[in-house]
Design a protein. Structure first.
Length: 233
């Protein structure tokens, strides 16, 4: 179904009400046609007028340099490739890393992170530490068994909540929160306690879906089906 897009200015912004003046006249007949007898629905997107920060650019080029140190390729070529991948993934026009928005800068970092995780390209510790918490770093680390703190491979899948004496094969792990920790940091977590550990490293544990837990070997498809059937009965 073809959709219409309008640009406009926000005249009034409240938690439960937004008043917008469009930049052009609204084609009411077309809106009615698109709604097809239902109440018209809209998707609101705010333009990000913030310019990419030096910190974001620094992260982008630190990641690219780590990749090139691993592959032997030229940074300029990967910069072009990642901008193309980002634009294609997020439906963006061509952009420059010198004056794009903060949002586009974030999309670029996310694109590079996804690629490096998928290809198993290692990070330097300083680069890993510079990845901000608002990226899905924890889930990426879990799915590839990397320590979320130092990036070391072969990490343990650690529960945020203690399972205790319960059988791991019996519990529904979809209800638990996880983090991936190398043996050193996992031992530290048990030594100092979970709350102090989380506060020290600013970790944000995440919940995993059934498909992820099956892929990680934590649960089986048959066990998930059993649990779902028990919940329905």
């Amino acid at each position: 179904m073809k959709k219409s897009a309008l640009m406009g200015k926000v005249n009034q912004l409240k938690p439960n009400q937004i008043v917008i003046t469009p930049n052009e006249d609204i084609d009411l007949a077309r809106i009615s046609k698109l709604a097809n007898g239902s109440v018209p629905q809209v998707r609101l997107e705010f333009v990000d007028n913030r310019k990419i920060s030096p910190d974001q650019r620094g992260k982008i080029f630190a990641l690219i340099n780590d990749l090139c140190n691993f592959t032997g390729d030229l940074p300029d070529e990967w910069e072009k490739r990642f901008k193309w991948m980002t634009a294609r993934t997020f439906n963006l026009p061509d952009y420059s890393l010198s004056d794009c928005s903060v949002t586009v800068g974030s999309y670029t970092i996310l694109t590079i992170l996804n690629f490096m995780f998928e290809e198993g390209i290692p990070f330097k510790t300083r680069t890993w530490d510079s990845i901000p918490d608002d990226y899905p770093k924890q889930r990426m680390a879990i799915m590839r068994r990397l320590c979320v703190i130092c990036g070391k491979p072969g990490a343990d899948l650690a529960h945020y909540q203690a399972i205790g004496r319960r059988s791991r094969s019996k519990v529904d792990h979809r209800k638990f929160w996880f983090m991936s920790l190398c043996r050193k940091h996992h031992t530290e977590q048990h030594t100092i306690g979970i709350r102090e550990f989380i506060a020290k490293y600013h970790i944000k544990p995440v919940r995993l879906e059934g498909a992820d837990l099956i892929k990680l070997g934590v649960m089986t498809a048959s066990r998930i089906k059993e649990l779902d059937e028990e919940e329905k009965s």
